[in-house]
Ligand binder design. Structure first.
Ligand code: SF4
Ligand code: SF4
Length: 150
């Protein structure tokens, strides 16, 4: 059962957007200074990133495949009409949780879990969903909620 953050959310949306960003960015840094993503890889195991045309072109080139072959081999179109991986865990996730295409990975992978983005209030619903996927996001919300630091 996901934790109920409704009280915290009400408080956050009553605040200035820049102030909310400041809280999140500082806690994001604190969490990612201590967390080892290689011991987790939950995002790569469960969430499919969307792939832009640029991502497809960069990855195809790196893998020495034609874009059309790359698409055929690895991707499908989802209900939002975006390219996503055909199956999860991600086909490029290795047994030791390293990403086989790390330097060429999709932008969505680089940006995940988005808690260092500008205008967090605009993606609050996504962040709340991510509390169930990403332990760093869960800790950010727990800290904001339990320590009453805002
Ligand atoms: S789910 Fe979060 S902590 Fe886990 S690997 Fe992804 S970004 Fe890192
Ligand atoms: S491309 Fe790499 S970073 Fe992105 S989901 Fe796959 S394994 Fe994870």
């Amino acid at each position: 059962m996901p934790k109920d953050y409704s009280k915290l959310i009400r408080k956050l949306i009553s605040l200035d957007s820049k102030k909310v960003d400041k809280y999140f960015h500082s806690l994001h840094k604190k969490e990612f200074d201590k967390i080892n993503c290689l011991e987790c890889a939950n995002c790569c195991k469960t969430l499919g990133p969307l792939l832009t045309d640029k991502d497809i072109s960069r990855l195809s080139k790196h893998l020495k495949l034609k874009s059309s072959v790359f698409v055929e081999k690895y991707l499908r179109i989802d209900e939002d009409n975006d390219y996503v991986f055909k199956s999860m865990p991600c086909p490029f996730l290795q047994a030791d949780n390293y990403c086989l295409v790390y330097d060429f990975r999709p932008k969505a992978c680089k940006d995940y879990p988005h808690t260092d983005r500008k205008n967090i209030l605009g993606i609050l619903d996504i962040c709340i969903k991510n509390t169930e996927i990403c332990p760093a996001v869960e800790n950010i919300f727990k800290e904001l909620d339990t320590k009453n630091c805002i």
